[in-house]
Design a protein around this ligand. Structure first.
Ligand code: 13P
Length: 245
Protein backbone atom coordinates (compact mmCIF):
# COMPACT_ATOMS: atom_id res chain seq x y z
CA UNK A 1 0.00 0.00 0.00
CA UNK A 2 1.30 3.40 -0.86
CA UNK A 3 0.83 6.58 1.12
CA UNK A 4 2.44 8.78 -1.43
CA UNK A 5 1.00 11.87 -3.12
CA UNK A 6 0.07 10.79 -6.64
CA UNK A 7 -1.19 12.41 -9.85
CA UNK A 8 -3.83 10.72 -11.97
CA UNK A 9 -4.09 12.45 -15.30
CA UNK A 10 -6.68 11.52 -17.90
CA UNK A 11 -5.67 12.21 -21.49
CA UNK A 12 -8.81 11.81 -23.56
CA UNK A 13 -6.95 12.49 -26.82
CA UNK A 14 -9.40 13.05 -29.73
CA UNK A 15 -12.28 11.30 -28.00
CA UNK A 16 -15.39 12.71 -26.40
CA UNK A 17 -18.29 15.05 -26.95
CA UNK A 18 -20.71 16.88 -24.67
CA UNK A 19 -22.40 13.59 -23.73
CA UNK A 20 -19.10 12.23 -22.46
CA UNK A 21 -19.18 14.78 -19.65
CA UNK A 22 -21.93 12.78 -17.93
CA UNK A 23 -19.31 10.21 -16.99
CA UNK A 24 -17.58 12.78 -14.78
CA UNK A 25 -20.36 12.44 -12.25
CA UNK A 26 -19.03 9.01 -11.19
CA UNK A 27 -15.46 10.19 -10.82
CA UNK A 28 -16.54 13.27 -8.91
CA UNK A 29 -18.61 11.37 -6.37
CA UNK A 30 -15.90 8.73 -6.00
CA UNK A 31 -13.36 11.45 -5.30
CA UNK A 32 -15.56 13.22 -2.74
CA UNK A 33 -15.82 10.06 -0.67
CA UNK A 34 -12.33 8.71 -1.22
CA UNK A 35 -10.50 8.41 2.10
CA UNK A 36 -7.13 9.17 0.56
CA UNK A 37 -8.28 12.19 -1.42
CA UNK A 38 -5.73 14.46 0.20
CA UNK A 39 -3.06 12.25 -1.34
CA UNK A 40 -4.23 12.54 -4.93
CA UNK A 41 -4.60 15.08 -7.68
CA UNK A 42 -6.91 14.22 -10.56
CA UNK A 43 -6.57 16.17 -13.79
CA UNK A 44 -8.72 15.71 -16.89
CA UNK A 45 -7.33 16.72 -20.26
CA UNK A 46 -10.22 16.57 -22.74
CA UNK A 47 -10.23 17.89 -26.31
CA UNK A 48 -10.28 21.70 -26.45
CA UNK A 49 -14.00 21.71 -27.30
CA UNK A 50 -14.77 20.31 -23.85
CA UNK A 51 -12.48 22.40 -21.65
CA UNK A 52 -15.06 25.08 -20.89
CA UNK A 53 -18.07 22.83 -20.19
CA UNK A 54 -15.90 20.41 -18.22
CA UNK A 55 -14.44 23.19 -16.06
CA UNK A 56 -17.95 24.41 -15.31
CA UNK A 57 -19.06 20.93 -14.37
CA UNK A 58 -16.09 20.43 -12.07
CA UNK A 59 -16.22 23.92 -10.57
CA UNK A 60 -16.98 22.77 -7.05
CA UNK A 61 -14.75 19.71 -7.18
CA UNK A 62 -11.02 19.46 -6.68
CA UNK A 63 -10.58 17.80 -10.04
CA UNK A 64 -8.71 20.09 -12.42
CA UNK A 65 -8.82 20.48 -16.17
CA UNK A 66 -5.99 20.68 -18.66
CA UNK A 67 -5.45 20.86 -22.41
CA UNK A 68 -3.55 18.45 -24.65
CA UNK A 69 -1.36 20.88 -26.55
CA UNK A 70 -0.98 24.57 -27.34
CA UNK A 71 0.54 26.89 -29.92
CA UNK A 72 3.89 28.42 -29.02
CA UNK A 73 2.79 31.98 -29.79
CA UNK A 74 1.93 33.99 -26.71
CA UNK A 75 -0.42 36.40 -28.41
CA UNK A 76 -3.19 36.15 -30.97
CA UNK A 77 -2.03 35.59 -34.53
CA UNK A 78 -2.82 34.23 -37.98
CA UNK A 79 -2.42 30.54 -37.13
CA UNK A 80 -5.45 28.77 -38.54
CA UNK A 81 -6.69 25.94 -36.35
CA UNK A 82 -4.38 26.75 -33.44
CA UNK A 83 -5.03 27.78 -29.87
CA UNK A 84 -2.48 29.35 -27.54
CA UNK A 85 -2.02 28.85 -23.83
CA UNK A 86 -3.70 32.10 -22.78
CA UNK A 87 -6.79 31.09 -24.74
CA UNK A 88 -6.78 27.71 -22.97
CA UNK A 89 -6.42 29.40 -19.62
CA UNK A 90 -9.26 31.72 -20.49
CA UNK A 91 -11.65 28.75 -20.85
CA UNK A 92 -10.58 27.05 -17.63
CA UNK A 93 -7.44 25.00 -18.31
CA UNK A 94 -4.91 24.89 -15.49
CA UNK A 95 -2.55 22.39 -17.10
CA UNK A 96 -1.35 21.58 -20.60
CA UNK A 97 0.28 18.44 -21.98
CA UNK A 98 3.28 19.34 -24.14
CA UNK A 99 5.56 17.05 -26.14
CA UNK A 100 3.19 14.09 -26.39
CA UNK A 101 4.68 11.49 -28.71
CA UNK A 102 1.62 11.65 -30.96
CA UNK A 103 2.52 15.29 -31.60
CA UNK A 104 6.24 14.59 -31.82
CA UNK A 105 5.41 11.99 -34.49
CA UNK A 106 3.36 14.64 -36.30
CA UNK A 107 6.48 16.81 -36.55
CA UNK A 108 6.98 18.65 -33.25
CA UNK A 109 10.67 18.78 -32.38
CA UNK A 110 12.42 19.50 -29.08
CA UNK A 111 12.98 23.18 -29.95
CA UNK A 112 9.30 23.77 -30.70
CA UNK A 113 8.33 21.92 -27.54
CA UNK A 114 10.67 24.18 -25.56
CA UNK A 115 8.96 27.29 -26.99
CA UNK A 116 5.54 25.87 -26.14
CA UNK A 117 6.57 25.11 -22.57
CA UNK A 118 7.95 28.62 -22.10
CA UNK A 119 4.85 30.30 -23.46
CA UNK A 120 2.50 28.08 -21.40
CA UNK A 121 4.47 28.77 -18.21
CA UNK A 122 4.30 32.48 -18.96
CA UNK A 123 0.53 32.19 -19.33
CA UNK A 124 0.38 30.61 -15.88
CA UNK A 125 -0.37 27.04 -16.91
CA UNK A 126 1.24 24.00 -15.33
CA UNK A 127 3.01 21.69 -17.73
CA UNK A 128 2.80 17.95 -18.26
CA UNK A 129 5.98 17.49 -20.29
CA UNK A 130 6.05 14.16 -22.15
CA UNK A 131 9.23 12.34 -23.09
CA UNK A 132 9.87 8.81 -24.27
CA UNK A 133 11.81 6.61 -26.65
CA UNK A 134 10.56 4.63 -29.65
CA UNK A 135 10.87 0.86 -29.90
CA UNK A 136 13.72 1.23 -32.40
CA UNK A 137 15.60 3.49 -30.00
CA UNK A 138 14.97 1.11 -27.12
CA UNK A 139 16.28 -1.82 -29.14
CA UNK A 140 19.40 0.13 -29.95
CA UNK A 141 19.79 0.81 -26.20
CA UNK A 142 19.44 4.54 -26.78
CA UNK A 143 16.70 5.20 -24.22
CA UNK A 144 18.82 7.27 -21.84
CA UNK A 145 20.45 9.21 -24.65
CA UNK A 146 17.07 10.09 -26.19
CA UNK A 147 15.53 11.06 -22.85
CA UNK A 148 18.53 13.18 -21.90
CA UNK A 149 18.27 15.06 -25.20
CA UNK A 150 14.51 15.58 -24.86
CA UNK A 151 15.03 16.92 -21.34
CA UNK A 152 18.01 19.11 -22.20
CA UNK A 153 16.40 20.75 -25.23
CA UNK A 154 12.79 20.69 -24.01
CA UNK A 155 13.67 22.44 -20.76
CA UNK A 156 16.41 24.63 -22.22
CA UNK A 157 16.70 27.98 -20.38
CA UNK A 158 13.80 27.23 -18.06
CA UNK A 159 15.04 27.98 -14.58
CA UNK A 160 11.92 27.68 -12.52
CA UNK A 161 10.62 24.16 -12.94
CA UNK A 162 8.19 23.98 -10.04
CA UNK A 163 5.20 24.00 -12.39
CA UNK A 164 6.48 21.19 -14.57
CA UNK A 165 5.57 17.53 -14.23
CA UNK A 166 7.45 15.07 -16.41
CA UNK A 167 5.52 12.21 -17.99
CA UNK A 168 7.68 9.33 -19.14
CA UNK A 169 5.75 7.65 -21.94
CA UNK A 170 7.71 5.06 -23.92
CA UNK A 171 6.25 5.37 -27.42
CA UNK A 172 6.13 1.59 -27.82
CA UNK A 173 3.89 1.19 -24.79
CA UNK A 174 1.24 3.74 -25.80
CA UNK A 175 -1.97 1.97 -26.75
CA UNK A 176 -0.22 -1.40 -27.12
CA UNK A 177 -0.91 -3.07 -23.77
CA UNK A 178 2.84 -3.38 -23.19
CA UNK A 179 4.57 -1.80 -20.21
CA UNK A 180 8.27 -1.73 -19.35
CA UNK A 181 9.76 -4.30 -16.98
CA UNK A 182 9.56 -3.05 -13.39
CA UNK A 183 13.31 -2.76 -12.84
CA UNK A 184 13.76 -1.02 -16.18
CA UNK A 185 11.03 1.46 -15.37
CA UNK A 186 12.44 2.14 -11.91
CA UNK A 187 15.87 2.81 -13.40
CA UNK A 188 14.52 5.05 -16.15
CA UNK A 189 12.45 7.12 -13.73
CA UNK A 190 15.49 7.38 -11.48
CA UNK A 191 17.56 8.56 -14.44
CA UNK A 192 14.95 11.22 -15.33
CA UNK A 193 14.85 12.45 -11.73
CA UNK A 194 18.61 12.76 -11.63
CA UNK A 195 18.65 14.62 -14.95
CA UNK A 196 15.97 17.08 -13.87
CA UNK A 197 17.00 17.78 -10.28
CA UNK A 198 14.24 15.66 -8.88
CA UNK A 199 11.16 16.74 -10.82
CA UNK A 200 8.00 14.70 -10.29
CA UNK A 201 7.89 11.89 -12.84
CA UNK A 202 4.68 10.21 -13.97
CA UNK A 203 4.42 7.09 -16.08
CA UNK A 204 2.17 6.78 -19.14
CA UNK A 205 1.59 3.96 -21.61
CA UNK A 206 -1.15 1.31 -21.37
CA UNK A 207 -1.89 1.98 -17.69
CA UNK A 208 -4.98 -0.05 -16.83
CA UNK A 209 -6.72 -1.66 -13.84
CA UNK A 210 -4.95 -4.96 -14.56
CA UNK A 211 -1.36 -3.75 -14.57
CA UNK A 212 -1.66 -1.09 -11.88
CA UNK A 213 -0.61 -3.54 -9.17
CA UNK A 214 2.72 -3.93 -10.96
CA UNK A 215 3.14 -0.23 -11.65
CA UNK A 216 2.32 0.90 -8.15
CA UNK A 217 5.13 -1.23 -6.77
CA UNK A 218 7.61 1.00 -8.59
CA UNK A 219 8.15 3.37 -5.74
CA UNK A 220 9.71 6.34 -7.51
CA UNK A 221 6.74 6.98 -9.84
CA UNK A 222 4.65 10.02 -8.82
CA UNK A 223 1.52 9.25 -10.80
CA UNK A 224 0.09 8.14 -14.12
CA UNK A 225 -0.89 9.68 -17.42
CA UNK A 226 -3.72 7.48 -18.61
CA UNK A 227 -5.03 7.37 -22.18
CA UNK A 228 -7.55 4.69 -23.20
CA UNK A 229 -8.54 3.61 -19.67
CA UNK A 230 -9.34 7.19 -18.66
CA UNK A 231 -12.29 7.36 -21.02
CA UNK A 232 -14.10 4.74 -18.96
CA UNK A 233 -14.81 6.23 -15.51
CA UNK A 234 -14.99 2.75 -13.93
CA UNK A 235 -11.53 1.86 -15.16
CA UNK A 236 -10.08 5.21 -14.16
CA UNK A 237 -11.56 4.96 -10.65
CA UNK A 238 -10.32 1.39 -10.40
CA UNK A 239 -6.79 2.51 -11.24
CA UNK A 240 -6.92 5.09 -8.44
CA UNK A 241 -8.46 2.71 -5.90
CA UNK A 242 -6.00 -0.07 -6.65
CA UNK A 243 -3.06 2.28 -6.31
CA UNK A 244 -3.97 2.69 -2.64
CA UNK A 245 -5.09 -0.88 -1.90
P1 13P B 1 -2.73 4.69 -23.40
O1 13P B 1 -3.01 4.69 -21.92
O2 13P B 1 -3.98 4.56 -24.23
O3 13P B 1 -1.66 3.73 -23.76
O4 13P B 1 -2.17 6.15 -23.76
C1 13P B 1 -1.15 6.68 -23.01
C2 13P B 1 -0.98 8.09 -23.40
O5 13P B 1 -0.58 8.41 -24.50
C3 13P B 1 -1.33 9.10 -22.40
O6 13P B 1 -0.88 10.36 -22.76
Amino acid sequence: MTNKYMYFIANWKMFGNLNSLNSLHNVNSFFKNFKKKKLIKIIYCPPNTLIRPMSKKLKTSHIEVGAQNCHENESFGPFTGSVNSLMLKNVGAKFVIIGHSENRQAGENNQLINLKIKSALKAGLKIIFCIGETLKEKRKKQTKKILAKQILLGLNKIKDKKNILIAYEPVWSIGTGMIPKSNELFNTVDFIKKKTNNQKVLYGGSVNPKNIHLLKSIVNIDGYLVGGSSQDPKKFIDIIKKTYN
